[in-house]
Write a protein that binds this ligand. Structure first.
Ligand code: GTP
Length: 311
């Protein structure tokens, strides 16, 4: 289970804790404990269970969501419901004097308010999910195959790319068309892992994957090819267009001001790209070997340029 989102919501947990303490303190300061004989343990267990459940809902909602408007709305709605349940639960143990009987009356008020807010939050969540699904469909291209998705980046894996290149070879042969590939490699990624840690390495891979997705077109397909290497398949695309999109993607990634932990220091990834147009090729192995060779050459050129600069 991944609880990394929780640290984004520390302030919400503080608000929740303060609200709970305030409710308990108010109830105990205004009321008195009921005598043992008046306690209904069956009721108390039921209401205590519901109160605990709403707390668990809040915990898992915050554990699964990034910070933002929808998360705040869900939190507010659930907290109102929790407070209502808590008042109801406390009511089992505390009797309020005549002058404070309003506490018993208002205990059911936060629940409907919370439910209205929750309903609005769920609608917003639905809208948000629609937007995410739309973006996901860009990478799905023809159909879903979740087993072929790279776990770290959410992109398709190299295996899926091989199948798609196979399909593209058949299509381009039948239609006398061509397709292009571009390959992208993060420079000195092993150094990044070593310096900032593997988790930050994973997070950088995810950021890079998202930027690739944002810079390619609807019909293009991005995959994670190997560790820090990505590949984009562009059907019916000439070399010039592929180069242009590859260059735009490189620029977008190189402007990414990555922050590790709480440090404000920005790390700008360094990227090597290459692209090539394919027409009349026979096997995906040849195509992949060729694009890898292009990348190798681009890396050598880059190293030579750097040597010249530092000379
Ligand atoms: N964080 C993280 N690192 C990975 C993952 N898969 C592979 N790696 C690391 O990626 C690094 C790739 O190293 P290299 O192929 O030498 O690449 P590089 O350091 O960028 O070298 P150049 O490309 O020549 O600049 C290795 O340190 C791997 O351990 C992963 O899923 N997450």
């Amino acid at each position: 289970m991944n609880f990394s989102f929780l640290q984004l919501h520390r302030h919400l947990f503080v608000i929740l804790a303060i609200s709970i303490i305030a409710v308990i303190a108010t109830a105990f300061s205004l009321g008195t404990l009921k005598p043992y004989a008046e306690l209904d343990f069956f009721d108390a267990a039921g209401e205590g269970g519901i109160t605990l459940m709403t707390l668990i809902w809040i915990f898992f909602t915050l554990a699964s969501r990034p910070s933002g408007r929808v998360t705040k709305l869900l939190f507010i709605g659930l907290t109102f419901m929790h407070i209502s349940m808590l008042l109801d639960f406390l009511d089992e143990f505390i009797r309020y004097p005549e002058g404070h009987a309003w506490l018993t009356t208002i205990e059911s008020l936060p629940a409907p308010i919370g439910m209205v807010i929750m309903s609005w939050a769920l609608y917003q969540w639905h809208q948000e999910q629609n937007a995410i699904n739309k973006q996901l469909r860009r990478s799905e291209r023809f159909y879903r195959e979740h087993s072929l998705i790279d776990f770290t980046t959410g992109l398709y894996s190299a295996e899926y790319m091989k199948n798609q290149i196979k399909n593209e070879l058949v299509t381009s042969k039948a239609q006398h068309s061509s397709f292009s590939l571009f390959m992208l490699d993060i420079r000195q990624f092993s150094y990044f892992n070593l310096h900032y840690g593997y988790e930050h390495g994973d997070s950088l891979l995810r950021e890079v994957a998202q930027l690739i997705q944002m810079n390619i077109r609807d019909g293009d397909l991005a995959c994670r090819y190997a560790s820090d290497r990505f590949i984009v398949l562009m059907p019916n695309t000439d070399k010039k267009t592929a180069q242009e999109i590859a260059q735009q993607t490189k620029q977008a990634i190189e402007h990414l001001a990555y922050k590790s932990g709480n440090s404000s220091q920005a790390i700008y990834p360094n990227i090597i790209i290459c692209s090539h147009q394919y027409r009349g090729w026979h096997s995906y192995q040849e195509v992949l070997a060729d694009i890898n060779q292009h990348l190798f050459t681009a890396k050598q050129d880059n190293a030579a340029q750097l040597r010249q600069l530092s000379a």
